[in-house]
Design a protein around this ligand. Structure first.
Ligand code: ADP
Ligand code: ZN
Length: 729
């Protein structure tokens, strides 16, 4: 018996299949779609079985044996095998990279896999302090044990964070420490979701429209303002899909959001929900994957990669916050989960529901041409009203040396705190301050590997590059001129936190950004803390902006609205509108009325004023007009080609060659811009030039780009990245 195996080889792949012999022990189990390990040259590499057959290969040379089955139970089914070809043609990637993306990375079939109940395991002391201290004193042999005990004196620690597992095991045997289990998605008795609310007229209508065509492929745009009950609509739809014994995939844009939504889904559907996101360990992924494969659950909630879960009888896909940039994968294959969802819904003949308070321009444009069916939810649930919004002009504040919080915002914060309500402050930049320079010679700290200034992190007194991780210790003395004149400007979340602690010393403050949420489970901990009213003020990056539902948050402050407006990208207006609307939507979600204050140096800015008026359509028309004039999506499609190299000359020379070749070949049917230096010109010592192609319809464009790509496949010095429908340029 033989198998044709598509192998992964090198950085870019050949996309070739090779025939291997199937050893007798695998004959009964091998099947197409399985990931296998095969000898290739002098090493073993992975590949996917595409065909199993009895014809010996014609070639003269010896046929080698398949070495092992990597994913025996988890294989690509017929649908996913076919989907790979679609991804290849849509994103111009290789077939093998499409398949690699679909199956979780190192998902190996293991016998000793850890079982996973969606619980977090903590370790805590199990004896009185005196006994522990006594043990530490007498224990001269195992310093690691002592270290663990010392650490636990400060409080419980995640089991995963303890490095020496053998010492831990010994301490458990000695009964000095014990495990404590906690469910991540614990169902609180006080949660009321178990009692299903009666749907409002709008919600009912939305469900009816979708359910009337449950066995047809249609895309629906559920455009509901924040707090209008979209999640409730999703759950009703799920319930009805399950009644038909079909399954649902529901995508959420960020892991930080899964906690709250999954909890609501758990309350409603119990163990019928599987969770899938990149923060799960491989063992956890395996278990969730298995539940899905065995058909034990009907609902999968997860982030982008969950779109590939091999559900057999799919009845519905929901994409929540459909405008989110996180649905696009930013490395190869650069697929968009929306495209994958459309393909799968068409394959299964079922509806696709896209939900958002601020749909992407593309989606809204499609809805306005009736390509998507438009379903509005225009009212907030119950007595809850949209928050009132105000602008705080920062120019006069700056004259008063009010760098972080305007008087207006400070007054409102104090008022909210005195009413025992919560305050949420958004700043889209982590770290302490953005610019550090020398007042004497003008020196600024820059990353030696990347084209960017370093960000100051005060807690560790380090300057850090957010691209490559390069860090240096900050000194007061300028490394250039030797003067003691280093000063910092600009704002980061850390600095806001510090200012808040000075202004409101008796209140409890928490920061939520990439730096405070690296540890597994820390998202959940912070969110739980906010829900349990353990914090009065929450400061964070856009991580806190979406989807979260905290009834006690009544004041939202946007510290620096200009930050995202100033990003040099044609989408910055659109992105700013949705970011600010989303974060504003966190205020006053329950009975308590909400207020939003937007701090800016540009109080007359159009986008900000549409945010103030909560005028999505106004902003949509304004942006569409610009897009039409400048020939940007959704009027034109874009492909971005990025030529990168460690050598500046080579990157520059080759990018000119590519651009000229495209210009010559498309002859006015498309607009080819560039090459220009990319927004981040140098990352990790690699120079980046880019070419943008704008087009409406060019028949051979993709073939042309594929040809160019082939030229560089075996070139070690030059890399070509292709981004079809780029989100950032
Ligand atoms: P969205 O997802 O649109 O922001 P949610 O679905 O989170 O809105 O709903 C906002 C709040 O209103 C939630 O607390 C939810 O439980 C509640 N809710 C939603 N629909 C109803 C309803 N029909 N009756 C009562 N409460 C509802
Ligand atoms: Zn760097």
């Amino acid at each position: 018996m033989y198998a044709d195996v598509l192998v992964q080889y090198g950085v870019k792949s050949l996309d070739h299949t090779f025939t291997y012999h199937v050893p007798s022990e695998f004959e009964n189990i091998i099947d197409k779609g399985m990931k296998v390990s095969v000898p290739f040259g002098s090493k073993n590499i992975n590949g996917f079985v595409l065909r199993v057959h009895k014809e010996p290969p014609k070639e003269e040379f010896e046929v080698k044996d398949i070495m092992g089955l990597i994913t025996k139970e988890l294989k690509l089914n017929d649908e996913l095998l076919e989907l790979g070809h679609y991804i290849k043609s849509r994103t111009l990637c290789t077939l093998i990279s499409a398949y690699q993306t679909m199956l979780p990375t190192s998902l190996k079939v293991q016998n000793n896999k850890e079982t996973y109940e969606l619980t977090i395991t903590y370790v805590k002391l199990n004896k009185d302090k005196e006994i522990i201290d006594e043990y530490i004193k007498n224990n001269k042999k195992s310093l690691k044990q002592n270290e663990i005990l010392e650490e636990l004196k400060e409080g419980r620690v995640l089991k995963k964070d303890i490095k020496s597992k053998s010492s831990l095991k010994r301490l458990v045997e000695l009964d000095l420490v014990a495990y404590e289990y906690e469910s991540v998605y614990r169902i609180n008795a006080k949660d009321s979701d178990k009692v299903k609310p009666n749907l409002t007229e709008e919600q009912k209508k939305a469900c009816d429209v979708i359910e009337s065509k449950f066995t047809e492929y249609n895309t629906y745009l559920l455009h509901g303002i924040t707090g209008s009950g979209k999640t409730e609509v999703y759950m009703q739809l799920c319930e009805d899909v399950i009644k038909k014994n079909k399954c649902v995939i529901m995508l959420v844009p960020e892991i930080s959001l899964t906690t709250q939504i999954v909890k609501r889904f758990y309350n409603r559907f119990g163990r019928d929900v599987a969770i899938f996101h990149s923060n799960l360990s491989e063992g956890e992924k395996f278990d969730e994957y298995n539940k899905i494969m065995k058909g034990e659950v009907h609902i999968v909630v997860g982030t982008r990669s969950a779109i590939f879960t091999p559900i057999k009888n799919l009845g519905l896909i929901i994409i929540d916050e459909e405008h989110s940039n996180n649905y696009k994968q930013e490395n190869n294959p650069r697929y968009h989960a929306l495209d994958i969802a459309k393909w799968r819904c068409e394959y299964h003949k079922c509806p696709l529901v896209l939900g958002s308070a601020t749909p992407s321009l593309e989606s809204m444009a499609r809805a306005s041409r009736d390509v998507y069916k438009y379903i509005p939810l225009t009212k907030r649930i119950g007595s809850s009203k949209l928050p009132t919004m105000e602008i705080a002009d920062m120019a006069p504040e700056f004259k008063k040396r009010n760098m972080v919080l305007s008087d207006k915002l400070q007054l409102e914060i104090m008022a909210a705190l005195e009413r025992h309500e919560q305050v949420m402050l958004l700043l889209n930049r982590r770290g302490f301050s953005t610019i550090i320079n020398c007042q004497s010679c003008g020196f600024t700290y820059k990353c030696p590997h990347c084209d960017i200034t370093l960000t100051y992190h005060k807690t560790s007194n380090h300057l850090r590059c957010h691209y490559c991780g390069y860090t240096v210790i900050k000194s007061d003395i300028c490394p250039e001129c030797g003067e003691k004149a280093i000063r910092d400007f600009g704002l980061g979340t850390e600095k806001v936190e510090q200012t808040l602690r000075e202004l409101y010393p008796s209140y409890r403050i928490v920061r939520m950004d990439a730096d405070t949420t690296t540890r597994k489970g820390s998202h959940e901990d912070i969110i739980k803390g906010i829900e349990n009213l353990e914090y009065d003020i929450i400061v964070g990056t856009q991580m806190i902006s979406k989807g979260l539902d905290f009834p006690k948050v009544t004041l939202v402050g946007i510290i620096n609205a200009d930050e995202s407006l100033n990003i040099p990208d044609f989408r910055s207006g659109e992105n700013t509108f949705s970011l600010l609307s989303q974060v504003s939507g966190r205020a006053g979600r329950a009975e308590l009325p909400g207020k939003v204050i937007i701090q800016t140096f540009n109080p007359d800015n159009k986008t900000l004023n549409y945010v103030l008026k909560n005028d999505y359509m106004g902003n949509y028309n304004y942006e569409m007009d610009i897009r039409r004039k400048l020939k940007y999506p959704p009027y034109y499609y874009l492909v971005l080609l990025r030529v990168t190299s460690k050598s500046y000359e080579m990157a520059s020379k080759e990018s000119i060659k590519v651009a000229n070749y495209i210009r010559k070949s498309v002859k006015g049917e498309a607009i080819c811009l560039g090459p220009t230096t990319a927004n981040m010109f140098k990352i990790n010592n690699v120079y980046r030039f880019q070419i943008i192609v704008k087009y409406r319809k060019v028949d051979n464009l993709f073939d042309l780009i594929r040809d160019i790509d082939k030229q560089y496949i075996n070139n070690k010095d030059i890399n070509l990245e292709i981004d079809v429908d780029p989100l950032r340029i």
